[in-house]
Design a protein around this ligand. Structure first.
Ligand code: ZN
Length: 331
């Protein structure tokens, strides 16, 4: 019975074979990292540090940490929906994470539902009376608009149409922003922000957000809540959003020498209300002295815009030609 259920589940992903070890942990389906390694053509996992297990082979690598939601998949950090767990002295990961994070991270070219990319809707975070975060050098709302203007030039030079949710220092409600993209066929939505953590000035680096899988908590929340089971407009494209986020994050981590804070999940309004592929990038912390100085530097913002443009063009090749995106190590 268990095998039949599994077969149907994996066939739903397009898997043709599979001999997966399954167990109930924390009241949900988990699979052993060993059976995932076998399926993906990697050698058997081994301990790689205190509470850490790693596997590699066939051009793929994964490292998980027991009781943690942070994993490293093909060289970049991925936030799992549920923590990896120990059972029988081995590492296990949730079925949800195999199908919604690990599989699409390994095989973005197998994700269904991508459409051509003709228009990129760029969303500079905040504006008007909403300054966003701030550093001694300036406001988030001004840095985001500056990055978007630089990015726009690069995308237009590459033959893409660009629409901005704002191109001046004006306040735009969150709900209106994704609607701009929803009205344009063959568009993607990219929201540009900078981060802050007044309580932790050491926090630094870049993180890329996609909507969480339906039924999974956001990266910043431990337990599943009722709203996590409510389908939003954005959930129709959740695997596509994740493929876009992961493609982007590999490009960013390859080109920007900053801390990798990972591909994270959040039910931000601009992600959950989008009916086009949508991501949000937090390009560093205005509350961190190092990040704040970098972000204040126009040359850094130009390089950052170039990295985002590269990620978008890489996703366009994936969506239109099925070309597997370059990973961090490939750039
Ligand atoms: Zn922001």
């Amino acid at each position: 019975m268990r095998r039949l259920i599994l077969l149907a589940w994996f066939l739903g992903l397009g898997f043709a074979r599979g001999d997966w070890e399954v167990a109930q942990i924390d009241g949900r389906d988990y699979v052993s990292l060993a059976s995932a390694a076998t399926f993906y053509g990697m050698a058997a996992p081994s301990a790689s540090g205190a509470k850490k297990f790693a596997a590699s082979g066939g051009g793929r690598t994964i490292e998980v940490e027991l009781d943690s939601r942070e994993a490293i998949v093909d060289g970049v950090r991925q936030w799992l929906s549920f923590p990896a767990r120990a059972k029988d002295g081995a590492a296990w990961v949730s079925r949800m994470d195999i199908s919604h994070t690990i599989d699409p991270a390994f095989r973005p070219d197998a994700v269904k539902g991508m459409r051509p990319v003709q228009t990129v809707v760029l969303d500079p975070g905040h504006g008007g009376h909403d300054n966003g975060a701030s550093s001694r050098y300036g406001y988030e709302k001004d840095f985001t608009l500056d990055v978007v203007r630089r990015l726009r030039k690069r995308l237009e030079a590459a033959g893409l149409k660009v629409v901005q949710t704002r191109n001046s220092d004006t306040f735009i409600e969150l709900e209106r922003r994704p609607r701009v993209a929803n009205k344009i066929s063959n568009s993607i939505f990219v929201s540009i922000h900078f981060n802050s953590a007044d309580w932790k000035p050491t926090a630094n680096g870049i993180e890329t957000y996609a909507i969480p899988p339906l039924g999974a908590p956001p990266s910043g929340q431990d337990a599943v809540q009722a709203r996590d089971r409510e389908a939003e407009l954005g959930h129709a494209l959740e695997p596509v959003d994740f493929a876009l986020a992961t493609t982007m994050h590999h490009a960013l981590m390859a080109k920007m020498k900053v801390e990798d804070r990972g591909v994270k999940r959040a039910r931000y309004v601009v992600l959950k209300d989008a009916s086009t592929p949508a991501i949000l990038i937090e390009g560093g912390f205005l509350t961190n002295p190092g990040d704040a100085a970098r972000i204040a530097n126009p040359a850094w913002r130009e390089a950052y815009a170039a990295a985002i443009a590269a990620g978008i063009i890489e996703y366009k090749k994936l969506a239109e030609q099925g070309v597997k995106p370059r990973e961090k190590k490939d750039w």
